[in-house]
Ligand binder design. Structure first.
Ligand SMILES: [Zn+2]
Length: 370
């Protein structure tokens, strides 16, 4: 079951590290990748086992930790819906245990943290990742300290507290929250969802699920919100593996959506630049993608370009309208997810090409208090 030959490899200097010891970054300060054993990559799983165990063949699972820590993540529905004249497939990640796709990443990382004997971690997030880390740490008996922007939704804040996490609210915003978490992580363990490669490998399971739900095929296009790009990079990783094993003939085009008021990647895409553009962000209701300085910006832009897709922006009124449209159709999602629907319904495309829209997070956490 376990995969002892997976290893961490530095994305800058190439140094390799074993997977059986705690590691957040390379000693040179660069982010790590997680590399599979040499040889042919395994074919997609066919077992009907629920949860992480289903993906044992294609995931770097921790050695020896049985049973795995799980809260029922993964296995989310893919539902066909019509919005106006567009037929769309909705991947409903809002039904995850803590209400967002982030559970796919943290279930894998926290299983390793538990196996490594890490007793205390620090993370940073605009809300959903923090809620997920807090829940899995509660399950594993690990102390979690979370740096979040002061403007976090009240629902997300209450949820964090209910999981027993220590919350540090940062008035200077999302980027400052990350800097403080990295600093404190030197003393404990920085379990950042944006930088840790195990998180991305957990998220890649969504690609395998979509592939299976589409009848072992790749959709033509996937529309998704992108801030720090963990979902986008996880999808790209998963579909890349499916392509390498001959399970699909081509990867889906990725249409990555940003709020017009905070669009460092979409601006870079339009200008043909390699990395994110410096911006002076304004507020957006799509708090999950309010990321002015995306750490993996270059990787995100490369993945979008390599997929043949593009980056687009949507305005606050369009996000609000799409949010209302989803609610009136019965889908309770957060405004960040509605940004993806707004872009998908505005994008012309051939009907015969299946378009998947990822509903990234639940609206239960972002309902106004009154
Ligand atoms: Zn290095």
């Amino acid at each position: 079951m376990n995969s002892p030959a997976w290893c961490f490899q530095c994305s800058a200097c190439g140094e390799r590290f074993p997977l059986d010891k705690p590691r957040a970054m390379c000693d040179c300060g660069a982010v790590l990748d997680c590399k599979p054993p040499p040889g042919k990559f395994p074919s997609p799983p066919t077992s009907r086992t629920a949860g992480l165990g289903r993906y044992a063949g294609i995931l770097p699972l921790p050695a020896g930790r049985r049973p795995l820590l799980q809260l029922g993540e993964g296995g989310t529905p893919l539902l066909e819906e019509r919005f106006g004249d567009r037929r769309l497939f909705l991947k409903v990640e809002s039904t995850q245990p803590t209400g967002s796709f982030k559970d796919r990443g943290y279930v894998l990382l926290v299983n390793h943290l538990s196996g490594w004997g890490v007793g205390e971690v620090v993370g940073d997030s605009s809300g959903n990742a923090a809620c997920s880390l807090a829940a899995y740490c509660a399950l594993a008996g690990i102390r979690a300290t979370l740096y979040v922007p002061s403007r976090i939704s009240t629902g997300k804040l209450r949820l964090l507290e209910s999981f027993g996490a220590e919350v540090r609210r940062v008035p200077e915003g999302r980027s400052a929250a990350r800097r403080l978490a990295v600093l404190e992580g030197r003393r404990t363990f920085y379990a950042g969802h944006v930088t840790h490669p195990l998180f991305l490998h957990g998220v890649k399971t969504i690609a395998y699920e979509i592939w299976a739900q589409m009848g072992k095929a790749s959709p033509g296009t996937i529309v998704l919100p992108a801030g720090n790009g963990t979902l986008l990079l996880g999808l790209w990783l998963g579909f890349g593996e499916l392509l390498r094993t001959g399970s699909i003939r081509s990867c889906p085009k990725l249409i990555a959506v940003q709020a017009r008021s905070c669009a460092p990647l979409a601006l870079a895409f339009q200008r043909g630049e390699e990395g994110p553009v410096r911006i002076d962000p304004e507020g957006t209701r799509a708090e999950g993608i309010a990321i002015p300085e995306p750490v993996r910006g270059k990787e995100i832009l490369r993945a979008v370009r390599d997929s043949g897709g593009r980056m687009v922006t949507v305005g606050e009124k369009e996000i609000e309208a799409a949010h209302r449209q989803l609610s009136r159709t019965g889908f309770l999602v957060e405004p960040t997810s509605a940004a993806a629907l707004a872009a998908a319904t505005a994008t012309a495309g051939p009907e015969e090409e299946p378009v998947v829209v990822i509903l990234t997070g639940s609206g239960l956490k972002t309902l106004p208090a009154q």
